[in-house]
Design a protein around this ligand. Structure first.
Ligand SMILES: Cc1ncc(COP(=O)(O)O)c(N)n1
Length: 553
């Protein structure tokens, strides 16, 4: 679809003086998504991250005038409604829209039935719910209630109200669809779902399409069920979209965050932007869910209470600290600090401790060395990819040097094998383990689909982790109350190699490369979040690699 001109989106909602929700969230989101935002303000709220202190409603006739002013001049491509406060305001909105769009062709409209703020304040008078349903729902392309709002809407129709599961979400959506909108999106943020529940739901409902992390998960259910089964217990947020033809499920990992103020406003505005550009409802919802999820991930602290998501996360320049003499590796520090739990599980793994103490069973070490030999093949190939993604000769040179270092490291592995009685033939005949394939393929995949910096994130977790382990074990060996003296440790050579000058120089070079890459192309918070997740994934894969050696029965 080509967008020949900037699309205009009109939001009809309340103002949030704290800037997190309402009109302020809407206009920021609309701008961030490349549309032109116009606004008709229904009420002013004195509000911050702690709650709503007061509400000053606009006279309904003035709301009507604002809508008329906008629509008589600007071609509105999509409408979004949010906080409407009371029945008179809703009627004024309905009248103004009818006057502005008298024919059957109205711009698509997303109706977010804002009833109560996250902080618990009433934003729509309870007696206005019927008016909302009667006056606006029949004209809405989509209504977007969360769980409490959907339950409130159903309670006015004496329907079964409690939403506990995907099944009850679907039946709530079916009831709300009967109230007149073309589609209903029930937002699942108040519920926790797991992949097993999704799988179970999908098995029993034929016309369901799944989207995960902003992409189409799979149209082939069998494949999906096999592929996802290992993550069946992970906590997910699932949003359910119902149209007259189909049910769509949008799956995102649950993020533990209190920065969610304004989430509903951002989501409905982002959907309106998608619709204004001619997307189908399901695609507009898919992109908006992904955008909103990114905003929660990239939120920064604001206020003393329940802070807002980052509405502008796709636009903002980096807020990373600068490199200085006192803080030479600020970016790496942030990465490690943001993933301390997984990083610790990797570099202080039992395998490492036993290696340092010299108590590690020989078969475990040999198994590890053989698998590391195979892993290094992937690692060297990934540096080949890095060279292909480099734009300067220096960067290519550094990638090529690493390939040469790795081929030298391979000789050390061969020597270790010989030392432990493993012949060259046996090494070559060893089957590759699943942990090796998983890690190796992840590196290659990241290199294929990401840019240079993303691939660097994947490669450096290994380089830096082994550097840290080498130094730690060397230090342990020289402490007065040492685990074991290096001369008495059968794995001394391994410790010497990874704590030695050659490897540690490579680590320093790696640190410089990472810091330069981050400084040259400062990441937006969303990009940083992406890099951090690659880093975390690689530390998990590293841990799984040691696990593989320890699990050897
Ligand atoms: C003006 C206005 N509109 C909408 C919301 C709902 O947002 P939230 O559920 O995040 O409090 C709000 N608090 N204020």
């Amino acid at each position: 679809m080509s967008v020949d001109r900037v699309r205009a989106v009109m939001t009809i909602a309340g103002s949030d003086s704290g800037g997190g929700a309402g009109i302020q969230a809407d206009l920021k989101t609309i701008a961030a998504l490349g549309c032109f935002g116009t606004s008709a303000i229904t009420s002013l709220t004195a509000q911050n991250t702690l709650g709503v202190q007061d509400i000053y409603p606009c006279p309904p006739s003035f709301v009507e005038t604002q809508i008329a002013s906008i629509t008589c001049d600007i071609d509105v491509d999509a409408i979004k409604t949010g906080m409407l406060y009371d029945g008179d305001t809703i009627q004024a909105v309905a009248r103004a829209l009818k006057a502005a769009f008298p024919g059957p062709r109205r711009p698509p409209m997303v109706c977010d039935p804002v009833c109560v703020s996250t902080s618990g304040h009433t934003l729509l008078r309870p007696n206005a719910i019927d008016t909302l349903v009667d006056e606006l729902f029949p004209h809405a392309t989509l209504v977007t209630p969360n769980k409490p709002e959907a339950e409130l809407l159903l309670s006015t129709r004496q329907c079964e109200t409690e939403i506990r599961s995907l099944k009850t979400m679907l039946s709530a959506a079916e009831q709300i669809l009967k109230m007149g909108p073309t589609a209903v999106l029930i937002k699942g943020g108040h519920l926790t779902t797991t992949m097993s529940e999704v799988e179970d739901f999908v098995k029993h409902h034929a016309a369901v399409e799944l989207f995960k992390d902003g992409g189409v998960l799979s149209s082939n259910m069998e494949m999906l069920l096999k592929r996802r089964s290992t993550e069946s217990a992970q906590e997910l947020v699932v949003d359910l979209l119902l149209t007259s033809e189909k049910t769509y499920i949008f799956i995102s990992p649950r993020i533990e965050s209190s920065s969610t103020h304004g989430t509903g406003c951002t989501l409905s505005s982002a959907i309106a932007c998608g619709l204004s550009q001619g997307l189908t409802v399901q695609n507009a919802v898919r992109l908006a869910v992904n955008y909103t999820h990114g905003g929660i991930t990239a939120a920064y602290p604001i206020g003393k209470g329940h802070g807002p998501l980052n509405h502008l996360h796709n636009l903002q320049p980096s807020c990373l600290p600068r490199r200085s003499n006192t803080d030479p590796y600020p970016f790496t520090r942030l990465l490690v600090e943001a993933t301390t739990d997984t990083w610790k599980a990797y570099v202080e793994h039992d395998f490492v401790v036993q290696l340092g103490k010299g108590t590690l069973a020989k078969e475990r070490f040999v198994h590890f060395i053989k698998q590391d030999y195979y892993y290094l093949k992937y690692y060297a190939r990934a540096y080949g990819l890095l060279a292909s993604k480099s734009s300067s000769f220096d960067a290519m040179d550094s990638a090529a040097q690493t390939i040469l270092n790795v081929t030298r490291e391979i000789n050390t592995h061969r020597t270790f094998c010989a030392l432990f009685g493993v012949s060259a033939e046996e090494l070559e005949a060893t089957p590759e383990s699943t942990a090796t394939t998983a890690y190796g393929c992840y590196l290659i995949e990241t290199g294929m689909q990401g840019n240079r910096t993303k691939l660097l994130m994947a490669l450096l977790a290994c380089l830096l982790g082994y550097g840290e382990v080498g130094l730690w074990l060397k230090k342990q060996a020289t402490l007065p109350d040492t685990w074991v003296r290096l001369e008495e440790n059968p794995y001394a050579r391994w410790i010497e190699d990874y704590s030695g000058e050659v490897y540690q120089n490579a680590v320093q070079a790696g640190l410089d490369v990472i810091e330069d890459a981050a400084a040259e192309d400062p990441p937006t918070p969303a990009r940083f979040a992406e890099w951090r997740s690659v880093w975390r994934k690689c530390t998990q894969l590293e841990k799984a690699f040691w696990d593989m050696a320890m699990d050897l029965s």
